[in-house]
Design a protein around this ligand. Structure first.
Ligand code: ATP
Ligand code: MG
Length: 468
């Protein structure tokens, strides 16, 4: 404390303020880099995308699952593979006060697979889940790339037939179409079974050993997934996985592509699509969109694949086949056409007008001589609002401003009602209350009429342009 006092004395007040203000204030008022506050229109858009996904997934028999944001670090380190970008560079990990090593989930699959094992859900296969929520990766923030971002995804456990791969891709395709993203193109590939991948890795390592001084990484898996132009150039002439596929893998992949054709789901085979060899096997796929709204490297809006070995790798039973995908909501939200999002219902403004007609008592709770009190007027107006809400209408009660509650603030309240795009204002003064009516003002036509309270719901339902 003494040391602090000495230091403070040598600063002028002005420089001290500057000292405290800049960084400290920024950190106090700004969100963390790569993380965003979301509200208003953008939040409605996210909600709409999530609703579309949930409805479509439940039509295919998926159930919602919610798992914690924090998991023991091992959940991700053991499953995503040490060589993946996510584990190598992007994890938000820390030690908690009890000394446990925890990680904020960078994706959904590992946590959901952990839940399948902890809750013994594998005893009742198949299990089909959909999920949504925030994920965390320490990446360089760009358009469509954040450090906290949201995903909507699905996972299927206990179905191994290639038709289940097709159905999983079909859900993705229906989901993206429902958002109006008809131009998203499906790229698909097979990584083959274990034997195919081992043969390929050996050949690839041999090829890459000629370029070690020019490559951005030393890991084969990362090179395959690399976005560096130099790596991509070197890979142009590398061996391709399709030349190393076993017969069974080829037959399986042919079933998938032919069935997609039958189902009118267009695709492009991209023999260089790998998505990290550790995690996936057989089918991998991505839906891509080319748009100036997304950064050059953020064209993939949805990605997934088959990961049959994961349940076993995480300590669950052997032989639980699994497949899934995840879509990035920030990227989808940038692409969705605003016209697709349904308009929110316009509110109805309820305006108490204490000094309008009749006499009233300024005493808040005085009801002597049958003179209505301000409090009685407010509770009456609020119950009119409650009756409209009970019928599903959106109602904004226009509270008086300041401490005075006995003087009308009608012009200001009407201006506020118009600003919030209210379709009608319901004016309730002492006279109206005593007669059991309200003054109903159509704010688009600037017309008004007296309307019995009991008839208000019917009248508004007939007149309003947008209903809930
Ligand atoms: P990318 O190649 O763009 O880094 P990824 O392969 O790391 O993506 P996945 O782990 O497959 O991504 O996640 C599925 C989807 O989640 C991606 O296709 C993308 O739409 C979205 N996504 C991934 N990382 C981010 C991020 N940092 N910010 C916003 N969305 C993201
Ligand atoms: Mg990434």
């Amino acid at each position: 404390m003494a040391a602090l006092a000495t230091r403070i004395r040598v600063h002028s007040t002005k420089s001290l303020c500057r000292c405290f203000s800049s960084k400290a204030n920024n950190e106090q008022t700004n969100p963390v880099r790569g993380m965003k506050d979301r509200f208003g229109e953008e939040n409605r858009r996210f909600q709409w995308i999530n609703d579309k996904g949930s409805k479509i997934a439940s039509r295919y028999g998926f159930d919602q699952i919610t798992t914690p944001i924090l998991e023991y670090s091992q959940v991700f380190e053991r499953t995503l593979g040490d060589s993946s970008d996510v584990v190598g560079k992007e994890l938000y990990s820390f030690e908690d006060k009890g000394g446990s090593r925890l990680t904020m989930r960078p994706e959904g699959t590992a946590g959901i697979t952990r839940a399948l094992i902890s809750q013994k859900l594998y005893n009742d296969l198949p299990q089909k889940f959909y999920y949504s929520g925030p994920m965390f990766r320490h990446e360089r923030p760009q358009k469509g790339r954040l450090r906290q971002f949201e995903q909507f995804g699905i996972e299927v456990y206990g179905q191994s037939h290639a038709s289940s791969d097709v159905e999983t891709i079909e859900v993705a395709s229906v989901f993206l179409k429902s958002l109006g993203l008809t131009s998203a193109s499906l790229e698909i590939n097979t990584l083959g079974d274990n034997a195919s991948r081992q043969n390929y890795k050996t050949a690839l390592k041999e090829y890459l050993s000629n370029y070690t001084d020019q490559l951005s990484e030393d890991s084969v898996n990362r090179i395959l997934d690399s976005k560096s132009p130099q790596d991509i150039h070197i890979l142009e002439n590398s061996p391709v996985l399709s030349d190393y596929l076993s017969e069974a893998s080829k037959v399986r992949f042919a079933f998938i592509t032919r069935t997609l054709e039958h189902m009118d789901i267009p695709y492009i085979i991209n023999p260089r699509l790998v998505r990290g060899l550790d995690y996936y096997q057989d089918t991998v796929f991505e839906f891509k969109v080319t748009s100036p709204l997304l950064g050059a490297q953020q064209g993939t809006v949805l990605a997934g694949g088959r990961y049959d070995g994961l349940v076993e790798k995480m300590g669950g039973p052997v032989g639980v086949p699994s497949i899934g995908w995840a879509a990035g909501l920030e990227r989808l939200s940038l692409l969705v056409d605003d016209n697709k999002i349904p308009l929110t219902a316009r509110p109805i403004a309820i305006i108490p007008v204490p000094d309008r007609g009749g006499s009233f008592s300024a005493e808040p709770d005085n009801n002597k001589n049958n003179t209505p009190s301000v409090m009685a007027l407010h509770s009456h107006a609020m119950s009119v609002g409650a009756a409209l809400r009970a019928k599903g209408m959106r109602v904004e009660f226009m509270h008086l401003t300041g401490s005075s509650s006995s003087k009308s603030q009608l012009p200001k309240q009407l201006a506020r009602a118009s600003k919030m795009n209210a379709s009608h204002a319901v004016l309730i003064g002492t006279d109206e209350m005593q007669k059991g009516v309200v003054t109903l003002k159509d704010l688009d036509k600037t017309e008004q009429q007296l309307c019995p309270v009991d008839d208000l719901v019917r009248t508004l339902s007939a007149q309003r342009p947008f209903r809930c």
